[in-house]
Design a protein around this ligand. Structure first.
Ligand code: ING
Length: 325
């Protein structure tokens, strides 16, 4: 029996440092209204969707950075989004900076049922960038300063999404570049990965040259490979455009379990893309080429969890040279 889901990716244009949450929430409500008109049953918003990408700004005093964090979800500022979800019967994914009652800080994403109940929470595991001010960088990327490494693993849950039940999981931005993250979701039979990102369109490090078009290529390559190799759908949703002079690329996409891009944003502004997903497509990959129980060999993968960094390999030398071959 085919299970179909009309999925929307709601790309956001830039949010300037001086703009309050109500600006972003208002734009997200308008995107949800459009999603409703287009028959979408679930909407995926970007990473850190309520504020500018603040890890580009250095704050000596972390308490001064608390302005960027949510200590309640929903709050007065985000309540309109929860109200719209109830009104339209649409579930949504939201990325935001979370500050727990104990004062811990995470780069977080939640999936919210139309009722307003939080169905799933994920905290970003792969934090790129650095923790201290880096004078050599054109732009700072201080996620290691502002966030702890996520402590919830990579959870998957089967939940009511739209008119059916879906195995949902989440990744956040840099996570998409790490195949291990996708595989942990795949090993829990994930069917839909909801993923927001804020990715600079230019390489912010002064080391080495990376052609600009490769920034988008690497993002799409990571998501398409993740979907193909784990037989799942994904919505990879950008916050895009120029924030206080700093450019983030858009090119949000919805990808199917064959790794095909079903829909792609073509602007760097607020833009909704929608795709009709036949979740039965997940079964093909999972029962053939990526039938994990038939084909995986964990006994050969020990390095993947035993090592953090890579090691120098042994050096080969010709037979009879008296050295190890
Ligand atoms: N942003 C970027 C990302 O992984 C980055 C950081 C860009 C790392 C390009 C490496 C190369 O898309 C976030 N927020 O993780």
């Amino acid at each position: 029996m085919s299970r179909r889901l009309t999925l929307a990716a709601a790309q956001l244009g830039p949010i300037q440092r001086a703009e309050g949450r109500e600006v972003a929430v208002g734009r997200m409500v308008r995107l949800m209204e459009t999603a409703h008109r287009r028959g979408a049953e679930v909407v995926v918003y970007p990473e850190l969707a309520l504020t500018t990408f603040f890890p580009r700004w250095y704050e000596e005093d972390l308490a001064a950075a608390d302005y960027w964090f949510e200590s309640a979800m929903p709050s007065d500022a985000t309540a309109p989004l929860f109200a719209a979800a109830r009104k339209f019967g649409i579930g949504f994914h939201l990325g935001f900076a979370e500050r727990t009652p104990e004062g811990r800080r995470f780069n977080t994403a939640i999936y919210v049922h139309p009722s307003g109940e939080v169905v799933l929470k994920y905290r970003k595991v792969h934090l790129p960038g650095h923790a201290e001010y880096a004078p050599d960088r054109r732009v700072q990327h201080l996620e290691k300063r502002y966030f702890e490494v996520g402590d919830l693993g990579f959870p998957v849950v089967r939940a009511p999404v739209g008119g059916t039940e879906v195995n949902i999981g989440m990744l956040i931005c840099n996570d998409r570049r790490w195949p291990e993250a996708w595989r942990v979701l795949g090993l829990q039979q994930v069917e839909l990965v909801m993923l927001g990102y804020n990715t600079p369109s230019l390489n912010m490090e002064n080391r080495g040259f990376e052609a600009h078009h490769l920034r988008v290529f690497h993002s799409h390559l990571s998501v398409q490979a993740g979907c193909y190799q784990n037989a799942c759908f994904a919505a990879a949703v950008a916050k895009a455009g120029t924030e206080d002079g700093h450019e983030l690329f858009g090119h949000s996409i919805i990808v199917n379990p064959q790794g095909e891009i079903m829909a792609q944003a073509t602007s760097w502004h607020d833009e909704l893309i929608v795709a009709d997903c036949d979740l039965a497509m997940c079964a093909l990959g999972r029962s053939t080429i990526f039938n994990f129980s038939a084909h995986r060999r964990p006994e050969a993968y020990e390095r993947i969890t035993a090592q953090v960094g890579s090691v120098v390999p042994p050096v080969w030398s010709p037979c009879g040279s008296g050295r190890d071959s």
